[in-house]
Design a protein around this ligand. Structure first.
Ligand code: KG4
Ligand code: ZN
Length: 340
């Protein structure tokens, strides 16, 4: 039997500050503060502004989740914080607060891999997937396929050789003069677009392998755009073609990963997994092969602390802790993690 465990999770790897509580009874509370407005006028995340805002937000957010769950800090059994990958200054804020709190309370703490958090987020849903499965992680910083045998048992199958899928959305949105963050803005414009007007490539799908390349798509969009001027319908058609190209490329590779591993369950997570067209495309293609797709709820696709509290809970409940040092990993391989 595992000991009773109630874990505080803290997320501060990029432009969201978040805190959550996960215990043996499930998710008890979670809060997120997005810095979108702070970075919007700069057209992207400014690392130093991000770090400073995390400092302002993190303690009040921790106090809010504790108050929502009606508990005191001494009721915590452990603390989990995102230790990487991410912006070093941003990571250090959550890591310092998490480690400091754990030390003051004399509780164990664990640094969580942000992408492991995303990967496990669908397990917070009422009808969770069971191991083993293939994970397709599509966020602003990473795009990868991994075979998942259990918590911490990850085998990388493929990854983007250049831009991540979210990064491709953000950069293309910028080229099209849309707001930041680009993903949701581009998706909104694409919803007005007609299918089949533009045809963009599905990069790297005509050769074997599970790697991705998205940087060429934004160049194609830039070239097409030059001929369009301000024609709103044509711009919407182009946005739709871009979204379809990304969605189909991801779906082709995800189906191939299931085929290669012989698995029937696909788990999709990370910010881009909120995209409705991607979900529809994946659902259809994976069902055609007899498989099933699982997603987190939309709020847990993008950055949140519920996934960090949960990943930390899995590790702390299994007795995994680390020495009381504040260490972050701006770059960090999923395959370096220990199994639980
Ligand atoms: O997972 P996430 O919140 O942060 C990282 O770990 O990077 O992912 C953020 C990314 C951004 O690139 C954002 O534009 C993209 O997810 N995104 C979307 C949508 N919502 C967020 N991309 C396409 N469609 C969406 N609806
Ligand atoms: Zn993320």
């Amino acid at each position: 039997m595992f000991p009773a465990m109630r874990v505080l999770g803290i997320e501060s790897s990029c432009d969201e500050t978040a805190a959550a509580l996960y215990g043996d009874a499930g998710l008890e509370a979670d809060v997120v503060h997005s810095q979108t407005d702070l970075h919007a006028e700069h057209g992207g995340v400014v690392p130093e502004l991000a770090s400073r805002d995390h400092i302002r937000r993190v303690t009040p957010l921790v106090e809010t989740v504790l108050a929502r769950a009606g508990i005191a800090p001494t009721d915590l059994d452990g603390v989990a914080y995102t230790a990487g990958p991410g912006l070093v200054g941003a990571l250090l804020v959550g890591a310092t607060v998490g480690r400091g709190l754990a030390w003051a309370l004399d509780r164990p703490a664990v640094g969580v891999h942000h992408m492991e958090g995303h990967l496990l987020a669908p397990l917070l849903e009422p009808d969770p997937p069971s191991f083993p499965f293939v994970a397709l992680l599509v966020s602003g910083g990473h795009t990868l396929l991994a075979e998942v045998r259990g918590v911490g048992e990850y085998r990388l199958l493929g990854a983007s050789v250049d831009d991540a899928a979210g990064e491709a959305f953000d950069k293309t949105a910028k080229i099209m003069g849309l707001g930041y963050p680009g993903g949701p803005a581009l998706a909104a414009l694409a919803a007005e677009g007609r299918p089949g007007v533009f045809r963009l490539p599905r990069p790297m799908t005509d050769r074997p392998g599970l790697d991705f390349s998205f940087s060429g798509l934004k160049t194609r969009v830039r070239l097409e755009l030059e001929a369009l001027g301000e024609d709103r319908q044509a711009r919407a058609d182009l946005a739709r073609a871009f979204e379809e190209a990304v969605a189909e490329t991801l779906a082709i590779k995800a189906a191939r990963a299931l085929e290669q591993t012989g698995l029937g369950t696909l788990v999709v997570a990370g910010g881009v997994s909120a995209n409705a067209r991607l979900r529809a495309t994946l659902d259809t293609r994976i069902a055609e092969g007899g498989g099933r797709v699982y997603y987190p709820r939309p709020a847990f696709c993008t950055d949140n602390a519920a996934m960090i509290a949960y990943a930390g809970w899995c590790r702390l409940a299994a007795g995994q802790t680390e020495a009381a040092a504040i260490t972050v990993h701006p770059r960090w391989s999923l395959e370096a993690l220990p199994a639980v």
